[in-house]
Design a protein around this ligand. Structure first.
Ligand SMILES: *Cc1c(COP(=O)(O)O)cnc(C)c1O
Length: 460
């Protein structure tokens, strides 16, 4: 109990000082030095940690990590967890009900089932749809493509993969999809690029030509993938346009909504996902914009039987039965964490409306960053952001060096991405603590001359 109380106390202080932006957002101490500082070898060898040692260890451990609650955390699309989801992790950590089979966690399985029904209804798949939660979007994409493969080549599970399948993706697609093509046995060469505009969005008007090209190459589309939204730019593909084309041509339509499907909860943004109900399969990460810890991702299919077919040929639909139901037939994983509880508790505390407001505010803050940057001399922004991901350049020099400068002193965590072959800085607004003051400070800091020596100050 003492250790548990100490843990909660340390975590509360950590979140509080992070939110106030007191310490650096990131520290990059070399691993050898860090192992020493944390006393890792000694603890492993000798054991005997007490509640006080535990608190002391945790303090250093947290301080040396990356602070996602910090206003200057603008790096990756990883959720700033809300406390109900964090409590779910604690409950799972203690009760450990790996509920892929009902008898190993009736409550956990039922919670997942209801969370999936909520997601299916939100997407517009309704009662006919099927779903399962997996440990992350990459595994979710793999699972969805397995369902696509089962639909297009039902004998692949027993006989192996036909050599003529193709996966059609925009080049901006997440690497987990091209990787999935290789894992599924299609081979990387089966991944064929769709024509895109200058920002990497699918060019709907040119889809017929692409299909012609694929057919001339002697290939059959296994699936066509659209981004909602793209990892690099945060821009959404035209789901209605792409979905309509797929439906007309009998092509499996997969939507990668890992990051951006949560915009369905914001009245002001759900139009970005117009046409999502045309998808045959969709993935949706809760550990990005629904504020759960990593990992909790949903695979959703428009027809429930398609998901069951992913891992075997006969469909077995899930019902509330007398003996419960087993989700194990739908996942790569055997045992599985209580993923549904994290999403459920965030919903139960914040409501659909609260989560939608969270999304809307982050999207608005990113838009604000774009407004501020476009007004300042020296900054160029290649597009108006649609989500909480913003790309920009400062000057014409090495953008990676700018990022390195900010990360070096821990003032900001940023990422970078290439757009049309040109490297851009990339900010992802995740933390509720990020406000206008943060954004102005970021732009000031980016525009500061290298090493600050030009301003006459002595570099510290
Ligand atoms: C993050 C992301 C993924 C991968 O999800 P993980 O949960 O990190 O495995 C896939 N697709 C898109 C569009 C993403 O943004």
């Amino acid at each position: 109990m003492n250790a548990a109380n100490a843990t909660v106390g340390e975590l509360a202080a950590y979140v509080d000082e992070s939110q106030r932006g007191v310490p650096p957002v990131i520290r990059r101490r070399p691993p050898r030095e860090l192992a020493e500082r944390l006393g890792l070898a000694r603890w492993i060898r000798e054991g005997g940690m007490t509640a006080d040692d535990h608190a002391e260890f945790l303090r250093v451990y947290l301080a040396e990590g990356t602070r996602l609650h910090h206003p200057a955390y603008l790096g990756h699309q990883v959720a700033v967890p809300d406390f109900p989801a964090a409590l779910a992790d604690l409950v799972h950590g203690v009760s450990n009900n790996p509920m892929a089979i009902y008898e190993m966690g009736a409550s956990a399985a039922t919670v997942e089932f209801e969370v999936l029904r909520w997601m299916l209804a939100t997407v517009g798949f309704g009662e006919a749809g099927g779903g399962v939660l997996t440990h992350g979007g990459s595994l979710a994409n793999l699972t969805a493509l397995l369902a696509a493969r089962a639909s297009v080549a039902p004998d692949a599970w027993t006989d192996g993969v036909p050599g003529d399948l193709a996966l059609l993706v925009p080049a901006s697609t997440h690497y987990s999809l091209t990787r999935a093509a290789a894992i599924l046995g299609l081979g990387e060469r089966a991944v064929m690029p769709l024509d895109v505009d200058g920002l990497g969005r699918i060019d709907v008007a040119r889809l017929p030509e692409t299909l012609e090209r694929v057919r001339r190459a002697g290939r059959r589309p296994m699936a066509l993938v659209a981004n909602a939204c793209a990892t690099g730019t945060g821009l959404y593909d035209d789901l209605r346009g792409v979905g309509g084309f797929c439906a007309a041509n009998g092509i499996w339509f997969h939507v990668d909504g890992a990051h951006g499907a949560s915009a369905l909860l914001s009245q002001g943004h759900r139009h970005l996902l117009d046409g999502i109900e045309l998808a045959d399969s969709l993935i949706w990460d809760a550990h990005k914009m629904l504020r759960t810890s990593s990992l909790a991702a949903a695979v959703l299919t428009r027809r429930e039987g398609d998901l069951d077919a992913a891992f075997r040929q006969k469909a077995s639909y899930l019902f509330y039965g007398e003996q419960g139901f087993d989700l194990i037939g739908r996942t790569v994983e055997c045992s599985k964490a209580e993923l549904g509880l994290k999403i459920f508790l965030n919903l139960a505390w914040r409501g659909e409306r609260g989560l939608g407001e969270y999304v809307a505010r982050r999207y608005a803050t990113a838009h604000r960053l774009w407004e501020l940057a476009t007004r300042r001399p020296g900054f160029t922004c290649p597009y108006e952001p649609e989500s909480n991901i913003v790309c920009f350049r400062y000057g014409t020099g090495d953008q990676a060096a700018v990022r390195e400068r900010l990360m070096e002193d821990g003032s900001f965590q940023l990422t970078s991405t290439e757009i049309g072959g040109v490297r851009h800085l990339r900010a992802v607004v995740m933390a509720p603590a990020t406000d206008d003051k943060t954004l102005e400070a970021l732009l000031d800091r980016v525009a500061e001359p290298d090493g600050r020596v030009h301003g006459g100050t002595v570099p510290g």
